[in-house]
Design a protein around this ligand. Structure first.
Ligand code: SAM
Length: 218
């Protein structure tokens, strides 16, 4: 069961996706730990993380690098962020989350992961945190909000030109009366002047009614 490298910082161990634990001995949630050749890996459950689900489904564009700066919108309690924190181990992740309850959990996790910086804020009002954020290489958004494309657009100024945005669209948060496909199309249309869509995939069977898209800033 030698780990096979899939992307920078991402491995496959016995058919399961994993990251190298940057805080050996510590779990971020209830993930399984595996030690191989005296290195500790954290298994990355595709049912718990949409980025892991996208990788399991054959994602082609994975652009997180060791020293990247990442803006993460909708950090929740840090499940996915913790794996990105293992990957951009010499970089930094600005974790935006508006729920105080989730933020309490997230802050505990950030204490043991110094590359994760928690920011309690509503991402639809980025002026509130613009003084604390530097230009980022990657933007990741998974926010269960109503105006998801609008939020991404208002945060695009923090992403460098040519930088990648991972945009998870949850149709149920936008309008339950419309077909998900119509919602995905209209959300991506809002972004077309500023971003090129380079990849999109459904997350079925891991997560229903979501579109996982990869965009490149023009
Ligand atoms: C599906 S959860 C995110 C799960 C997380 N990305 C993960 O994979 O571990 C969506 C999160 O978005 C947050 N959220 C929704 N609207 C937001 C907004 N306008 N600003 C910041 N966070 C928001 C919610 O509080 C919730 O924690």
């Amino acid at each position: 069961m030698q780990p096979k490298k899939i992307f920078e910082g991402v491995y496959e161990i016995n058919g399961r996706i994993a990251t190298l634990n940057s805080t050996p001995g510590k779990r971020a949630y209830s993930e399984e730990l595996k030690i191989v050749d005296r290195k500790e890996y954290r298994l990355w459950n595709p049912y718990r993380s949409k980025l892991s689900a996208a990788i399991a489904l054959g994602l082609k564009n994975f652009h997180f690098k060791n020293s990247d700066k990442v803006l993460y919108i909708g950090a929740a309690t840090g499940t996915t962020v913790s794996h990105i924190s293992d990957i951009v181990v010499d970089g930094r992740i600005y974790c935006i989350e508006m729920s105080e309850r989730n933020m309490r959990e997230l802050v505990k996790l950030c204490e043991s992961r110094p590359n994760m910086l928690p920011i309690l804020a509503d991402a639809s009002e980025p002026n509130a945190y613009s003084d604390y954020i530097e230009t980022c290489d990657v933007l990741y958004q998974d926010a269960s909000a109503r105006e998801q494309a609008k939020i991404l657009l208002s945060n695009a100024r923090f992403l460098k030109r040519g930088g990648y945005a991972y945009f998870v669209i949850k149709s149920q948060s936008i309008d339950i009366s419309k077909k998900p496909r119509e919602i995905f199309e209209s959300e991506l249309k809002i972004l077309e002047n500023d971003f090129e869509v380079i990849e999109k995939t459904s997350l079925d069977p891991y997560d229903k009614l979501h579109l996982f898209s990869v965009l490149k800033k023009k």
